[in-house]
Design a protein around this ligand. Sequence first.
Ligand SMILES: Nc1ncnc2c1ncn2[C@@H]1O[C@H](COP(=O)(O)OP(=O)(O)O)[C@@H](O)[C@H]1O
Ligand SMILES: [Mg+2]
Length: 259
Amino acid sequence: MHSNRILQVESITKDYGTGDHKTTALKGISFDVLEGEFLGIMGASGSGKTTLLNCIATMTKPTSGNIMLNHQNISSFKGGALADYRGKEIGYLFQEFELLDNLTARENIILPLSLHGMTGKQGEQKLRELANHFDIVSVLNKFPSQMSGGQKQRVAAARALIGDPSIVLADEPTGALDSKNARILMDKLSAIHKEQHKTIIMVTHDANVASFCSRILFIQDGCLFHELRRNIRTETTDNFYERIVTVVAQLGGGSANVL
Ligand SMILES: Nc1ncnc2c1ncn2[C@@H]1O[C@H](COP(=O)(O)OP(=O)(O)O)[C@@H](O)[C@H]1O
Ligand SMILES: [Mg+2]
C-alpha cells in the first residue's frame, strides 16, 4: 500500500522560560510520519516527550521549526481557525482521561461533535460503533465517578476518535491503568490502527505497550536518540518487545554513543 506523509516535524526546538530560568525541552527534532503508522515515543521522564506531542497537537508553540500536518503548516492557524483545526484534525488521549465529571459517557464522547455543530444521525451511528468497539455500551449513561479506570480511558478513546481525526495523539494512555486494562486498551487501539489505518502517535514508558507500535522513536534530553521499526509481516510483538527493552536499557544508562 502506498502511504502519504501525513506529518512532517522539521527541526523543532522548544525553550521554556528565559535567561537563568530557561529550559530547552526540545533541541532540534525532525521526523516524518506516514499515514497509517502507529508511532511510539519513548524516553526518560523529562526528555521532552509531552512537549513534542503538545507541539504536534497545537497546544504548545515550538520556539523554532515547522510542523506540517496534511501538508499544511500548523503554525499558520490562529484563534478560532486554530481551535477548529485542532478539534477536527486531532484526537487526544490523556494519561488521566480528562473526562468531564458532570457529563455522562455518551455526552463526553459526543462533546467534540457538539462543539463543532456536527451531531445528528451520523454522529449517533459513529457513537454506537465506537461504544461497541471499546466495550462501553453499558456505561454510556453513567458518569465518570461510576466507571472503572479502564472504562474511563476507553470512553476517552471513543471521544478522541468520534470526529474521525487525521491523527490520534496519546500521552501515556495506559499510565493510570493496571496491566489488564492496559492490555485491553492496547488491543482495541491497535485494532483501530489495523482496520481503519488510523495514524496514532503514542508516548509510553512501558515496553509491553510500545510493542504494539509499528515504529518507535527514542528521545533523550530533547534529541532523537534512536529509532526502531517493526517488521509487521515477520516480527512478533514478543520479538519487538525484546528489541525495545534493549534500547530502553541503553537509554537508562545514558550511554548515547553505544548505538
Ligand atoms: N510549562 C513548562 N514550563 C517550564 N518547563 C517545562 C514546562 N513543561 C515542561 N518543562 C520542562 O521541559 C522538559 C521536558 O518536559 P516534558 O516534555 O514534560 O518531558 P516528558 O514528557 O518526557 O517527561 C523538562 O525539563 C520539564 O521540566
Ligand atoms: Mg510527559
